[in-house]
Design a protein. Structure first.
Length: 331
């Protein structure tokens, strides 16, 4: 599964994209919303993501000799940041609040809050780098088409974090899959090397089994497999023929190496940006943001005044708008 990523956009085009997304949105009416006690899909996926990230951390950290890649290092170094964010989102966004948000009627995110689609779109067009400037620009442009409710504005920090967590989930799965592909390539190269030492007949049997394997010939697998063959096995006509076959049906050794490196770099970029933005979002002054973005008056409609005179978000959203709860991401 690839990252949440689309064409990077500058300020002008990013604003226009926000307006286009809102214009295209079709919403369910209150009577159309299903009355279900099940968790909304976004929250159920959050629970699954926590299991995936926790299992990946155990897998990647099991052997210090493993080549976990740059994205894997980011995950291991920042696991506690991610885990804390997951807990805060889950505690601070109850399903009752989630279901009060305006909901999409169609599209690939049908059933999800429309504010979540805006969060996903912003992340996709900024390569996961969320800053106050692009966030303010994007939401301001969206509200030129259709004002967001106060509930949606207060849900925005949680939705941004949900979207960033989804990117982290995808890059985590990609990182684990890369490790599996490397291990698979090493095993096949070792089998072929062992067979070549027992004669051409056994070598041809193993090569036949390789050609008949059902797993895809991904760039990571092909690059590692051919590299290992060249290092461990002596040149022979059957192996040369195998390399030509791989190039014909999928990609050459050079193409595989280039694409594997590009994928590794992209995975690192999206993991690093998502983790960094996750922390940045948690540190924004969301009270001030909502007050600027709110199209309602008076001011007390957007916030609640405490006994000390300070302005605070609605109680259900305080956990996800805390500005100093999360430690810094570590590269």
């Amino acid at each position: 599964m690839g990252p949440i990523r689309d064409e990077p956009l500058g300020s002008e085009h990013l604003a226009e994209r926000a307006r286009a997304v809102v214009r295209a949105q079709r919403l369910l009416t209150r009577g159309q919303k299903p009355l279900s006690r099940r968790k909304p899909a976004g929250l159920a996926r959050l629970d699954e993501t926590r299991r995936i990230v926790t299992a990946a951390r155990a897998h990647l950290g099991a052997d210090p000799k493993l080549d976990v890649g740059p994205a894997g290092e980011w995950l291991l170094d920042n696991f506690y940041v991610i885990d804390q964010q997951l807990r805060e989102i889950r505690e601070g966004l109850p399903k009752s609040y989630y279901r009060e948000l305006a909901t999409l009627a169609d599209g690939i995110l049908a059933g999800e809050p429309r504010i979540f689609e805006l969060a996903i779109t912003l992340i996709a067009h900024t390569e996961g780098r969320v800053e106050l400037a692009n966030l303010e620009l994007f939401i301001t442009a969206a509200q030129e088409v259709s004002p967001l409710s106060l509930g949606e504005l207060w849900a925005l920090p949680a939705m941004m974090r949900l979207a960033l967590i989804e990117n982290i989930r995808r890059m985590t799965l990609r990182t684990v899959r890369r490790l599996d592909e490397l291990a698979d390539a090493d095993q096949w190269a070792a089998r072929i090397e062992a067979a070549s030492e027992h004669g051409e007949h056994e070598l041809r049997d193993v090569l036949g089994a390789f050609v008949g394997r059902s797993s895809p010939l991904t760039p990571t697998f092909v690059s590692r497999f051919l590299h290992q063959l060249r290092v461990t096995s002596a040149p022979s006509p059957p192996l040369a023929k195998l390399e030509r076959w791989i190039a014909e049906v999928e990609l050459s050794a050079d193409d595989a190496a280039a694409r594997s490196s590009q994928q590794l770099a992209l995975t690192q970029l999206m993991m690093a940006n998502s983790i960094t933005s996750l922390v940045a979002v948690s540190r924004l002054d969301w009270v001030a943001f909502v007050e600027r973005q709110s199209v309602r008056r008076p001011r007390c409609a957007a916030t609640q005044r405490t006994s000390t005179g300070a302005w605070t978000p609605p109680r259900a959203m305080r956990t996800v708008t805390r500005s100093s709860a999360s430690p810094s991401a570590r590269a």
